[in-house]
Design a protein around this ligand. Structure first.
Ligand SMILES: [Zn+2]
Length: 328
């Protein structure tokens, strides 16, 4: 079947990206999805620009790891016309981790849009096991769940939050940060954000601080810090004894120094997190169906303007940058 897609002829920069006719083939257990909205996230931006730690295939490549669409075929659990969220992890369903429900660390796993062609396309075939029906959800909310929402949900759940506990979210105004703040509030946590953005005050935080002005006496049970090396160790100074910290990103760099004695003497837990499982996806959809989550969109682009969308991503300041390949 012919579709229109943003195709990267070679990895290494926007100059290799062009929107053109693209052939897609049906494979077993897949469903044709018309893409309503695909997000631009660091994973996509970095992939296109060649700054990525993953192997990328196939090449030429269609990027786009985060998307929501409409099923154009019926399957076992999906009906034609359903709004579907694409769960963004590739998994075999048979390894030890998959059997434990930890598809995000499948031994033969990968990322949708990185280790497969992604959603910067009007249509594509997606395995039904990667589709979650979400007819009740607003498209902007559903569209930001696969990467931003799922990453935040899983990162919080990895710390086993108890009601009334507190969490400090670094990068609180980013796609994942806004989700982390709202999910943490829905879980009944006390939430502090690190960000210079004043508009975050509309999200019910218990405190917002620019990165250089976090009060020295602020101590929390949990920290989410995906900003990377520059401020990672600093987070420890805001953790109570027994505190947990989760990371899933290296925005300011990969390597840092850690005071090992601070980790053991305070019984800190340093936890890694990547994406989330299918049961996290279901949990997040259930939570979003009961809560009025907000997800600001700063700019919308049709597929033909994808290069402008990627440029806009570099400068974004108030919300997501989204591509709408096939809204009509
Ligand atoms: Zn597996």
């Amino acid at each position: 079947m012919k579709t229109e897609a943003a195709v990267l002829s070679k990895i290494g920069g926007l100059e290799y990206l062009s929107v053109r006719e693209h052939q897609i083939e049906k494979e077993p257990d897949t469903i044709l999805v018309r893409i309503l909205q695909a997000g631009v996230n660091p994973v996509d931006y970095n992939l296109i620009n060649g700054n990525i730690i993953y192997s990328i295939n196939p090449v030429p490549h269609v990027p786009g790891s985060e998307a929501v669409g409409i099923a154009e075929e019926s399957g076992r659990n999906v009906r034609k016309g359903d709004k579907v969220i694409i769960y963004p992890r590739l998994f075999d369903g048979t390894c030890v981790n998959c059997e434990k429900g930890m598809e995000e660390i499948c031994f033969k796993g990968g990322l949708f849009g990185v280790n497969s062609n992604g959603a910067y396309s009007t249509r594509l075939y997606v395995k039904e096991s990667n589709l979650f029906v979400a007819n009740q959800l607003d498209t902007d909310i559903a569209g930001s769940m696969p990467v931003g929402g799922l990453t935040a949900y899983h990162a919080l759940m990895r710390m086993n939050p108890g009601e009334g506990e507190s969490v400090l979210v670094y990068g609180a105004s980013g796609n994942t940060g806004i989700w982390a703040v709202q999910i943490a509030k829905a879980l009944g946590l006390k939430v502090f954000g690190v960000s210079g953005k004043k508009w975050l005050s509309g999200y019910g935080l218990d405190g917002i601080y620019p990165i250089d002005s976090i009060p020295a006496d602020l101590k929390v049970d949990m920290v989410i810090n995906s900003l990377g090396s520059e401020v990672f160790e600093d987070s420890f100074s805001h953790m109570m004894k027994g505190g947990r910290i989760t990371t899933f990103g290296v925005y300011t760099g990969k390597k840092t120094q850690l005071d090992i004695s601070a980790i053991y003497s305070n019984e800190f837990s340093v936890i890694g997190s990547t994406g989330g499982s299918r049961s996290d996806m279901a949990g997040l959809i259930a939570m979003a169906s009961k809560n009025r989550f907000k997800m600001p969109v700063e700019k919308r682009f049709d597929l033909k303007r994808i290069k402008e969308a990627l440029e806009a991503f570099k400068k974004k300041s108030t919300g997501r940058i989204v591509i709408e390949p096939s809204q009509a």
